[in-house]
Design a protein. Structure first.
Length: 445
């Protein structure tokens, strides 16, 4: 496994393994709600939540923003190049174990630096993949998903699979080919496609139809190659409406589902939905999860939150209990996430630059989702919304409503019915009462 550095096990200094201590604990490095072995319904919390650490925000982000320089203080800062890539693996596995998370996720370029050629880049990757594989043998941590970074390097200035330049399309294909081989090698449970720069700035220079067709061609080639090499993980596509381009093709769940169906890709893909991307699309997180769920395409979740006061992708750690509760409600109603998980695609704020903040932030996110899980489970167990919804749509279970649902009605029969029905009565939707009940559950469960 090559060189090992002297720091193994000490990157996070004095931080010990984080344990569950319960809601009365004052220990900032203890879980108050996440009790991995606690059974909720038919599974443990750990099995329900399938937490994953995102390599990019946690091990490579340095705190730079459009206005200022790096702020993060990391114990691996003094290394560079491949040495840096290797110490990050050591630090990563230390954190995974200290948090007790079962999964992690990465982009190819998070784990190893680019070389001067694609061949050199792949060689760098091979070294780190081998090292990660060794670590995975002795730890219980698995790869939730990997993906390809096809947005940072200047070659992707006009996109990757939707670039106007066929050479870039070919490069991107080579990169995803390697990504799928990596997924197979490390036993990834999923492979993610996030559109990166797949979108456009102005229609004045854009062949929108060709770009969409090419994107679909690219996805089909990926599906074919996965079959060829025997990679059986789930393919996921991650919607986002804007950033970096003005108009990203996979804008939201509904748009992405339409794309998958239009190009006969829906049987190969599910959606990886991110809370902050829902906010950017002008939706709630639970809306996006519900849309995917009712189409049978809810695959995995990027667990973070956006700032409703800012128009960009802030990727904050999830601490909003309304959001985590309603997200877990959708996930439970979906029968879980299958081989998906809750990946903390989240970064500490630029002002939270100390190493411990990486631990506090994950503990905060894990507790917020654990609490959300418990509340959502109780809401479903008590049929709080189900009974209200069943009663609200009762008119479709008998008479003319049942005729509509069972396909016996047409415009003639409905007109006859309406002409004879002169007293339409509606009932209150009781929105405020339901929100008050939700508050009660969040406060008291
Ligand atoms: C960026 C996306 C990205 C994907 C993986 O906004 O969230 O991080 O999750 O490429
Ligand atoms: Ca994401
Ligand atoms: Ca994001």
């Amino acid at each position: 496994m090559g060189q090992s550095y002297t720091n193994v096990g000490t990157y996070f200094g004095s931080v010990n393994k984080v344990f569950y201590e319960g809601k009365d604990s004052n220990n900032p490095l203890a879980f108050k709600y996440y009790n991995p072995e606690e059974i909720i319904g038919n599974k443990t919390m750990k099995e329900h939540l399938r937490f994953s650490v995102a390599y990019w925000h946690t091990f490579t982000a340095d705190g730079t923003d459009p206005f200022g320089a790096a702020t993060m203080q990391r114990s691996w800062d003094k290394y560079q190049g491949m040495d840096l890539a290797k110490v990050r693996v050591e630090a990563a596995f230390e954190l995974f174990e200290k948090l007790g998370v079962p999964f992690f996720a990465f982009h190819d370029r998070d784990i190893a630096p680019e070389g001067n050629t694609l061949k050199e880049t792949n060689e760098n990757l091979n070294v780190i993949i081998a090292m990660i594989k060794e670590y995975m043998k002795t730890s219980n941590v698995k790869l939730l998903w990997n993906t390809a970074n096809m947005f940072t390097h200047p070659r992707f200035v006009h996109g990757a699979a939707t670039s106007c330049n066929a050479d870039v399309f070919a490069y991107a294909a080579a990169q995803v080919k390697k990504g799928l081989e990596t997924a197979k090698e490390l036993g990834a449970e999923n492979y993610v496609f996030w559109g990166g720069r797949e979108g456009y700035e102005t229609l004045l220079n854009t062949n929108l139809k060709l770009e969409l067709d090419n994107l679909a061609r690219f996805m089909h080639m990926a599906v074919d190659y996965a079959k060829e090499i025997g990679f059986t993980g789930q393919f996921l596509i991650e919607p986002k409406p804007k950033e970096p381009t003005t108009h990203q093709y996979d804008t939201d769940a509904a748009t992405t589902i339409a794309f998958l169906k239009q190009y006969n890709l829906d049987k190969y893909f599910k959606l990886n939905l991110e809370a902050n991307h829902a906010t950017l699309a002008g939706h709630t997180f639970d809306h996006e999860l519900r849309v995917a769920r009712v189409h049978g395409l809810l695959g995995s979740v990027d667990a973070n939150q956006g700032d409703p006061l800012l128009g960009w992708d802030t990727d904050e750690f999830p601490t909003d209990l309304y959001s985590t509760t309603l997200a877990m409600y959708e996930i439970l109603q979906n029968g879980g996430l299958g081989c998906g998980g809750l990946n903390f695609d989240a970064k500490v704020r630029r002002g939270s630059f100390e190493l411990e903040d990486l631990v506090y932030s994950h503990v905060a996110g894990m507790d917020a989702f654990a609490r959300g899980l418990k509340v959502a489970h109780k809401l479903i167990e008590d049929r709080v919304f189900e009974d209200v919804i069943a009663e609200r749509y009762h008119s479709f279970t008998e008479g003319i409503g049942l005729d509509i649902v069972e396909g016996r009605a047409n415009f003639h029969t409905l007109e006859q019915y309406a002409l004879n029905n002169n007293s339409i009565q509606n009932k209150s939707g009781r929105q405020e009462r339901l929100k008050a009940i939700l508050n009660q559950y969040i406060l008291e469960v």
